[in-house]
Design a binder for this molecule. Structure first.
Ligand code: NAD
Ligand code: ZN
Length: 251
């Protein structure tokens, strides 16, 4: 049996889903009609024009539902299987990490934190009502069955705070000790918590590896930068990390 890694943290952004045909917000296909997604994915836009925001989310739900996990999503399932402790923190609201399969296995839902929420979930803009059944979200702006207020996608918008319960989930993993490897894949890392978690996860002895074709805010802090599309890491990534993990153990 191949050697094992001890603790691994992976942080992903929209770039990991680009090869599944889901556009990143800031990439060339990012704009929807003539809207800038970073302005549309806001509570302010929803208050102003909830029907347009819902239309955009419906189109994105459709596109994601018809997409499949790519080689990079699959490689992370293999990586999780090689690690004693594994956590994936994704900024993606798509469900491709959860659907990816390697050797008939998937990530345990407890190994995934969707820090910006789930595009297929809906919640009330007024009360605590929540559901995850997009087929029920009918009408230009679906209404809450409890209080009749507008329902909204259960995602974290740019002008909103993270869900404390999800943040706590990341912190609990980080408090258990340093990681052998932290991988940061397909994110511009513009949110400071991404960089903070990457550095906290690496601790004193781990290695921070960035996988992204472009330079990002995190690049200067990484121990290694792989300037390639995420899909190309599949097949060799796990072997490479396990091999290096064993070598450093032997030192
Ligand atoms: P971003 O659009 O700011 O950055 C995407 C990053 O991915 C860039 O650094 C780019 O160089 C890189 N990239 C592009 N193609 C890649 C590839 N093939 N392999 C590896 N990297 C590649 O995205 P972000 O930093 O994730 O932040 C935008 C926000 O928008 C996030 O909060 C996220 O919730 C949301 N979002 C989610 C999805 C999704 O769920 N798939 C899609 C778009 C936006
Ligand atoms: Zn309600």
């Amino acid at each position: 049996m191949a050697g094992r890694l001890n603790r691994v943290l992976v942080l992903t952004g929209s770039g990991i889903s680009a090869e599944s045909g889901i556009p990143t917000f800031r990439g060339p296909e990012g704009y929807w009609r003539n809207f800038d997604p970073t302005k549309l994915a806001t509570e302010a836009a929803f208050v102003r024009d909830p029907a347009t925001v819902w239309e955009w989310y419906r189109e994105r739900r459709e596109r994601i539902a018809h997409s499949s996990p790519n080689a990079a999503h699959v490689a992370l399932v293999e990586l999780a299987a090689a690690a004693n402790e594994f956590l994936l923190v994704t900024q993606n609201v798509d469900d491709l990490h959860g659907r990816a399969e390697w050797n008939g296995r998937r990530l345990d839902p407890a190994q995934i934190v969707q820090i910006h929420g789930d595009i297929f979930a809906t919640r009330c803009s007024n009360c605590d009502f929540r559901r995850r059944n997009p087929a029920e979200d009918v009408g230009a702006v679906p209404k809450c069955p409890v209080c009749s207020a507008s329902l909204r996608p259960d995602v974290v918008w740019f002008d909103e705070e993270l869900d404390p319960a999800r943040v706590r989930g990341v912190q609990i993993f980080l408090e258990k000790g340093d990681c052998d490897f932290v991988l940061v894949i397909g994110t511009t890392a513009v949110f400071s918590y991404i960089t903070e978690w990457a550095l906290a996860g690496r601790g004193a002895n781990g290695r921070l590896i960035e996988i992204n074709p472009d330079e990002t805010a995190l690049s200067p802090l990484a121990d290694e930068r792989m300037r390639v599309p995420a899909g190309t890491i599949a097949g060799t990534l796990v072997e490479k990390l396990v091999d290096r993990g064993l070598k450093s153990e032997a030192c």
